[in-house]
Design a protein around this ligand. Structure first.
Ligand SMILES: [Zn+2]
Length: 537
């Protein structure tokens, strides 16, 4: 059997086989059933979506031995001749681009006068009809004004605005629409099945996307893939044929941004350049990819907005979790700026490299929810620290890993260092008895140990912590805890101190509240200026 390209082999032969033009098909079928056919039709719409095919089916429908019928038999002589594309009186296809002059149209006018010998109607399909000269249109108009009853014109065009209104107004107009990605995929799936080609649905979606609504383009793309790869086709084959960067490459690209790995980004640019990818195409595809990612991130039903398989949407969802929407927006801004720069540059590679540098040096951007929740944490922590001027830093011991438990000498003359080593355990013990007491303790600092008495100092403005500890029931809990951990009797004495003098560690970096702020916002200190100098300034 001779090789037929898929688009031709799978050309619809009945109205019911036409994909995606239901509004037109239904109207035509009704007209055929009710005997209300027009003598001139105008079929408009982008290429490759079935205009000429529908015109041919119409020619069959009116000429079929069983007809006029909305379901031509496909078996009678005329039906078969039309299917085979034979030159017959009942159907003439004229290419408007190469028969655009007045002479050709005059000839046509002569020709239409004669009643057909075979068939009921003479159907004239004039393709690319917008190519006719004004004189030719004028001549055609005369025929359209008084068409012989046995003639049907189907004017086909991708550019209806180039057709004189006098012509348009004589025709019944049908606007064919682009096929949706899903319609194309459904059609391609069927063709692949019948052709016994194993192709993944990801690959079919990519083909459908690339063909921009044109069934013919989609089918010829599938055709090329079959001749290039045989009967097993993966998405990587489609990308390779289209010169596209793989989805995995984009995943990798985002991973590089997430890890802020500038060097690897530059390497990737090198790879892409060496592989001969067009930087413009790369950024265009990248933008499409980022759009999908953002939509998946922010939309509860992204499948309504993007034509991807469920698995692909799920992959995007997992990836999107690693970024905040705000970060994705900034990435998109940077990439779209790069697209602009590419238009003006003589050095596209440099633009890509700079883009990678910008992306990998971008600050981590928190989402508003994160900022708010961190502020809330901060507020709670500051509150629990008891105010603004929080001194130092027994609390710093709390976070330290517990030092290995030293054998304690069994007397009550431990050095302050030895006691501090146990301090986090003491705090834990106190906390398990009375939480508020542990917080009071955090405000003090150990000043001295003398004759079995531990002296704690409290700044003037935190006298309430001192008073809290001195309450008899609290003092009792504290001294019991000391006994339990230090294995000996200790008494507690509290005293007020001048916080400025007592500050043994003047660096603001050690301030618990500042450390907390830094920890919460994952920040770093860029400079320190004394409050007095700020006030003077
Ligand atoms: Zn027939």
């Amino acid at each position: 059997m001779a090789y037929l390209v898929l688009a031709r082999k799978w050309r619809p032969q009945t109205f019911d086989e036409v994909v995606g033009q239901n509004h037109i098909i239904q109207t035509l079928k009704n007209a055929l059933q009710n005997g209300r056919l027009a003598h001139a039709y105008l079929f408009t719409g982008p290429r490759g979506i079935g205009k000429t095919s529908v015109a041919r089916i119409l020619a069959k429908a009116v000429n079929c031995q069983e007809g006029p019928t909305s379901q031509p038999c496909g078996q009678c002589l005329l039906c078969r001749q039309i299917t085979e594309g034979e030159e017959i009186e009942a159907l003439r296809e004229i290419d408007g681009a190469s028969n655009r002059g007045i002479e050709e149209v005059r000839q046509l006018r002569e020709n239409v006068k004669f009643i057909p010998v075979t068939g009921r109607y003479k159907v004239y399909i004039i393709d690319e009809v917008h190519m006719l000269t004004p004189e030719a249109f004028n001549a055609l108009l005369k025929t359209l004004e008084e068409p012989p009853p046995h003639v049907i014109f189907v004017l086909v065009t991708t550019e209806p605005h180039r057709i004189p209104l006098t012509i348009v107004s004589r025709c019944q107009r049908f606007d064919f629409r682009r096929l949706s990605v899903r319609e194309l995929v459904a059609r391609l799936e069927r063709v692949a099945r019948e052709e016994k080609v194993a192709i993944t649905s990801e690959a079919l979606y990519l083909i459908a996307h690339q063909s921009e609504g044109s069934l013919r383009d989609a089918e010829s793309m599938l055709d090329q893939l079959i001749s290039y790869k045989g009967n097993e086709i993966a998405i990587s084959d489609v990308r390779a044929m289209l010169g596209m960067v793989s989805r995995e490459t984009f995943d990798f690209f985002l991973d590089i941004i997430r890890r802020r790995d500038t060097a690897q980004g530059i390497d990737l640019v090198e790879e892409l350049t060496n592989a001969g990818y067009d930087p413009r195409q790369f950024l265009r595809d990248l933008m499409g990819y980022l759009r999908n990612l953002l939509l998946v991130k922010i939309h509860s039903r992204p499948e309504a907005l993007i034509d991807l398989t469920d698995e692909e949407i799920e992959k995007f969802r997992m990836l999107a979790e690693k970024f905040t929407a705000e970060e994705l927006l900034v990435i998109i801004q940077i990439v779209s700026k790069a697209e602009e720069e590419l238009r003006r540059t003589a050095n596209p590679r440099l633009v890509l490299e700079l883009t990678f540098m910008r992306l990998t040096r971008m600050e981590r951007i928190l989402s508003w929810e994160e900022i708010l929740s961190r502020l809330e944490d901060l507020y709670q922590q500051v509150k629990s620290m008891g105010g603004k001027d929080v001194p130092l830093p027994i609390s710093s011991l709390v976070d330290q890993p517990e030092k290995e438990k030293k054998e304690l000498v069994n007397d009550n003359n431990l050095s302050p260092e030895q006691i501090l080593q146990q301090w986090s355990r003491i705090l834990e013990e106190v906390k398990s008895e009375r939480r508020a007491l542990a917080e009071f303790l955090l405000h003090g600092e150990l000043i001295a140990v003398k004759d079995g008495t531990i002296i704690l100092g409290f700044p003037q403005n935190l006298a309430f912590s001192k008073e809290g500890i001195e309450k008899p029931e609290n003092r009792k809990i504290l001294e019991e805890s000391l006994k339990k951990i230090l294995q000996n009797d200790y008494r507690i004495k509290c005293t007020l101190i001048n916080s400025r003098e007592s500050t043994s560690s003047p660096s603001p970096l050690e301030e618990p509240m500042i450390r907390k702020v830094m920890e919460i916002f994952q920040g770093e200190i860029v400079g320190v200026s004394p409050i007095s100098s700020v006030e003077e300034a």
